[in-house]
Design a protein around this ligand. Structure first.
Ligand SMILES: [Zn+2]
Length: 163
């Protein structure tokens, strides 16, 4: 859907904001009906909170703004496949649809490692649309990690030249 790509672009913009402040670039946007209810990005380092993932922040913000914990009309757009914690929060807040960008082979719980969003034994299942602008979303991450590796390598070189 064209709309999915448009909203994913907004999530990508959020992810870039995270990258600019040294956070792993993951962004999310929550659409309720056809309005943006919340947008945000990963803030784990800034806040030193293991739970400060983009999805959690966005769900929390949307619940506060909409005055309800039930997000039954919501579509959550996120640049990386949700982890187990975020998948849990998505199910518990009854989000209708999740559209994600890049798959996460190390933590993805929306179909890659397991699929918590569509586990029939839970009382809520989520529509999942994987791989929207996946390449762009994944590139943000791979570029970010490459930059970090290079910085580490350079600082090692610096240190060894001092000795
Ligand atoms: Zn997460």
């Amino acid at each position: 859907m064209i709309k999915d790509e448009q909203y994913m672009r907004l999530a990508i913009e959020e992810a870039k904001k995270a990258g600019e402040i040294g956070e792993v670039p993951i962004g999310a946007v929550l659409i309720n009906g056809n309005k943006i209810a919340a947008s945000g990005f990963n803030l784990r380092e800034t806040q030193q909170r293991s739970i400060a993932h983009a999805e959690i922040l966005v769900i929390d913000q949307a619940c506060k703004r909409l005055g309800t914990w039930r997000l039954e009309d919501a579509t959550l757009y996120v640049t990386l496949e949700p982890c187990p914690m975020c998948a849990g929060a998505i199910v518990l807040s009854r989000v209708k649809r999740v559209v994600y960008g890049a798959p996460d082979p190390k933590g993805g719980c929306a179909g890659t490692l397991m699929n918590l969003l569509q586990e029939e034994r839970f009382n809520h299942q989520v529509e999942v649309v994987p791989g929207v602008l996946a390449e762009e979303c994944g590139q943000l991450l791979s570029r970010f990690f490459k930059k970090i590796r290079e910085a580490k390598r350079l600082s090692r070189l610096d240190n060894s030249s001092l000795q």
